[in-house]
Design a protein around this ligand. Structure first.
Ligand code: PAN
Ligand code: ZN
Length: 186
């Protein structure tokens, strides 16, 4: 440090959503890993198993579960379908129930699928520039309905945690499927 002026440690490309810098963590989920979330999981062929369904680039400036901190990430969903169901994220409630999250669409097109604790399920269209506030106690999942990558930014509290188990057990009460070329929640 010279004269108390620091170099910027992380860079965010607002066009591509790319995050770079030493502290960026990258994770990915293959279709094989998440196939059980799809209605027609048997349609994931051996060939498709290793295909990347989505990647997440994230910055975790504090330890998970620290109260008062924030996490920041970019999710990049591949285009495609399993049967007639669009490629989507696993989806989760936050473990700390009253924690919200911001999602914003950087590129591509898709849907934010939401479900409250009474299993009421709805979806919101996402296109470039759209920002969505997800309130606490609402499960959230992204689905790519376009032909390109669907790239979504997110910012959430560092003590939110991820409850995937509830979704594994009960699923979302609706699925987003392609009905004659139109994304439809059924
Ligand atoms: C996002 C999600 C990301 C991947 O950063 O974690 O889109 O989805 P799954 O975690 O459901 O696999 C977020 O909602 N964080 O809280
Ligand atoms: Zn979340």
């Amino acid at each position: 440090m010279e004269n108390n002026i620091l170099k910027c440690p992380i860079f965010y490309n607002s066009t591509t959503g790319d995050l770079s810098g030493e502290e960026i963590v990258q994770s990915k989920r293959t279709l094989g890993e998440i196939k059980s979330i799809f209605k027609d999981s048997d349609k994931v062929t051996e060939n498709d198993e290793n295909k990347v369904a989505y990647k997440v680039l994230a910055h975790f400036p504090v330890e998970e579960n620290t109260s008062g901190g924030l996490f920041f990430g970019t999710s990049i969903l591949s285009p495609g379908k399993v049967g007639d169901e669009y490629i989507m994220t696993k989806g989760h409630f936050h473990s700390k129930k009253d924690t919200g999250e911001y999602y914003w669409c950087i590129s591509g097109e898709g849907m934010l699928i939401l479900m409250d604790e009474d299993n009421k399920c709805w979806a919101i269209e996402m296109k470039k520039g759209a920002i969505h506030y997800i309130p606490g106690k609402v499960a959230h999942r992204l689905a790519n309905t376009g032909n390109e990558e669907f790239v979504v930014g997110a910012c959430w509290p560092s003590d939110a945690g991820h409850d995937y188990d509830t979704i594994v057990k009960t699923g979302f009460s609706k699925r987003l499927i392609d009905v004659n070329g139109t994304p439809t929640l059924v």
